[in-house]
Write a protein that binds this ligand. Structure first.
Ligand code: F3S
Length: 664
């Protein structure tokens, strides 16, 4: 009778259990012992083995004496109240809750309506999930489709938008599919989160495939382990099952009876079954069935992907902390990517780069088989991918974006797509006497001008990208410019005849006379380089690339203000601003001067105006003419003086009488 013993893929410790066991063993080794809150896994002999390594079990966290050491929270997780209590009482603990379970905690913690949990209500994982639901919300645990249906009927007219459903990570996947169908039938808007751990579903489907061709399936694992029990149920649909906890449970007579006269004997194991127990079971089965032709370790190894230093592998992020990301490689190793290897950008928190559940690519940089640990680098993959992208960018001339992270000798470093790009100082766009440091921490656009693959060197140019941007902006400017168009531009240079204003890549000129309504000798009197000016296009010539700009606003026109305030024959307080041989100019309002002709300066003959008036004098003058067309005003002081003798004539007799009386 010939037998072939086959080991199901994914038999034994899953990622979460291995992580919890490793954490406990490491803590016990470092601290001379530690405690787990409840048995770490559903396997008595493994619990005994861990006990010999200093990992002991406590069943009551409330009576736990913190002097005893660190308490490890197992992969099933616990109610929030437990960790809150430990924190409050200052009891040292390490939370080894499997990241997939922790994800369910965070989903239910956000729920505000009703939470339906598909699972075993007596299982610690489910109790932990219930303990993460907010107080006051309705929490329903259903074991199967029938219970779900009953509960959904009882929820008639319930606000379906507030309904969510999750599953215990080890829930039977085909039952879960039925539950989802039923739930959707009742409440189309129910939010369903697929929280069954893929390790479980993969283990179940691989065990089922093997069971379909097997004569007998040996299922190894704790009798209290829900995932092992489910494995036994699934396999039992296709062939006889021997459900054992360890090698010593194997009954030779039963095996011989069930194995029949040859064929495939399958072995699978639950997530909490250690490799040495699986090995022991295999050995005993081989002896019973006289099948020596089996290399156990080789078979175990077959269930894992191989990793080598330099391997580019796909991995799923299962946990992120302040210093690193933990990844599942689908191998027997635990994968770690330290913060510095996650991204080339310095001082970035791992949680800003990856999240739990992300599938990423990374390169293996070291393997410690003894500890089952692999260190990886995501940054190296990013750099390889970036190199390919940058090589294409050299050809295509594509503009890329990155953040300047440092000013170095001769240029700056830009991090783009996880790769380092060197920008020589001459290509930064910073003037020779400028400071490259001012670019640090800014986001810049650049062109890739050279990629040296062998050295992984990428050289870029910010200047070229800027030039392209400017050329494009100029082309658009000339396409869209029109008279009257308004701009806010920056004063770039000042000449005696006007100022040049940057309109966004194209300069326009404001003539001095267009700068202000007031009379000025030089534009510097009213503007400085760097000032922002509101201007409008007076005219433009696309051929000569010239734009003539205006800056004065009609509402500020002093002539308008003057005519609104004064009319002919009004008397104004004026200030002498200049003296000429033919008269004096006087400011009536800012921007409007009037001429006091030499003949109007006095009622006496004046040969030299300067003998009567000086610049700065403030006098009263009558407006004798307003020439609207020429914007000219004529003033007269004499007009006011001529009125005086007439008034004096009326008052003269009294004055003379007073004088006479005074004389007497
Ligand atoms: Fe975690 Fe899945 Fe194992 S949920 S504990 S990895 S079965």
């Amino acid at each position: 009778m010939a037998y072939t013993i086959k080991l199901a893929k994914s038999a034994g410790f899953c990622f979460g259990v291995k992580r919890a066991v490793d954490t406990a063993v490491r803590t016990a080794t470092e601290q001379g012992g530690c405690y787990t809150y409840g048995p770490l896994i559903h396997n008595n002999s493994e619990i005994e083995r861990l006990g010999t390594l200093g990992v002991k079990v406590t069943e009551d966290y409330k009576t736990f004496d913190k002097e005893k050491g660190t308490l490890i929270i197992r992969s099933h997780g616990v109610e929030k109240a437990v960790t809150d209590y430990l924190t409050e009482k200052d009891i040292p603990y390490i939370d080894a809750t499997c990241p997939f379970v922790a994800k369910i905690h965070s989903i239910v913690a956000k729920a505000e309506g009703t939470v339906i949990i598909a699972g075993d209500r007596t299982h610690p994982e489910v109790m932990g999930i219930v303990g993460h639901c907010n107080e006051g919300i309705k929490v329903i645990v259903i074991a199967d489709e029938q219970e779900l249906q009953k509960e959904l009927e009882a929820l008639e007219n319930y606000c379906e938008n507030a309904l969510i459903m999750v599953a215990q990570t080890t829930y039977n996947s085909s039952k879960w599919q039925s539950c989802k169908r039923i739930a959707k039938k009742y409440y189309t808007n129910i939010k369903i989160f697929d929280t069954i751990c893929s390790a479980t579903s993969e283990r179940q489907s691989e065990a089922e495939s093997l069971a379909k061709e097997a004569r007998l399936m040996v299922v190894v694992g704790g009798r209290h382990s829900s995932n092992t029990t489910k494995l036994a149920q699934i396999c039992g649909k296709h062939c006889p099952v021997l459900f054992i906890e360890q090698g010593s449970d194997i009954d030779k007579a039963e095996v011989t009876r069930l194995a029949g006269d040859g064929g495939i004997i399958g072995i699978t194991a639950g997530a909490s079954t250690p490799a040495y127990i699986i090995k022991e079971v295999h050995k005993i089965m081989s002896e019973i069935l006289n099948n020596e032709d089996f290399d156990f370790m080789a078979e175990v190894d077959k269930t894992f992907k191989k990793v080598y230093i330099g391997n580019r592998v796909k991995a799923v992020v299962v946990a992120v902390n302040n210093n690193e990301a933990v990844v599942d490689l689908g191998t027997k190793h635990s994968g770690y990517i330290v913060a510095e290897e996650l991204t080339a950008t310095p001082n970035v928190a791992p949680s800003d780069v990856v999240s739990v559940g992300d599938e990423i690519e990374a390169i293996v940089i070291s393997i410690n088989d003894a500890e089952g640990v692999v260190h990886l680098s995501k940054k190296k993959v990013d750099s390889v991918l970036a190199l390919e992208k940058f090589k294409t960018a050299v050809e295509s001339g594509e503009t890329l974006e990155g953040v300047v992270t440092a000013a170095v000798k001769g240029g700056v470093i830009v991090i783009a797509d996880g790769a380092r790009v060197f920008i020589p100082a001459s290509q930064t766009g910073v003037p020779r006497d400028g400071k490259l440091e001012e670019l640090v921490k800014t986001t810049v656009s650049f062109k890739v001008i050279e990629v040296t693959e062998a050295r992984g060197r990428i050289v870029g140019s910010i200047r070229m990208a800027k030039k392209e941007q400017n050329d494009a902006a100029k082309a658009k400017f000339w396409e869209t410019i029109e008279e009257g168009q308004k701009f806010t531009g920056e004063v770039k240079s000042i000449e005696s005849y006007g100022v040049f204003v940057d309109l966004g890549g194209v300069d326009g000129m404001v003539h001095t006379s267009e700068l202000t309504w007031n009379r000025i000798r030089h534009p510097k009197e009213v503007v400085s380089i760097g000032d922002k000016l509101d201007v409008y296009v007076k005219s433009f010539d696309p051929e000569k690339k010239r734009v003539s700009l205006g800056c004065k606003k009609e509402e500020d026109n002093p002539w308008t203000k003057f005519t609104a305030q004064y009319a002919v024959d009004d008397v104004a307080d004026v200030k002498i601003v200049s003296i000429t041989p033919f008269g004096a100019f006087a400011q009536i309002v800012p921007g409007v001067d009037g001429l006091i002709h030499i003949s109007q300066v006095s009622n006496e003959r004046v040969n030299n105006v300067a003998q009567v008036l000086s610049v700065g004098d403030e006098v009263k003058a009558k407006i004798i003419e307003i020439n609207e067309e020429a914007n000219r005003v004529s003033l007269s002081i004499r007009a006011l003086m001529e009125a005086a003798p007439a008034e004096a004539a009326e008052e003269a007799p009294e004055a003379e009488e007073e004088t006479a009386e005074d004389a007497e």
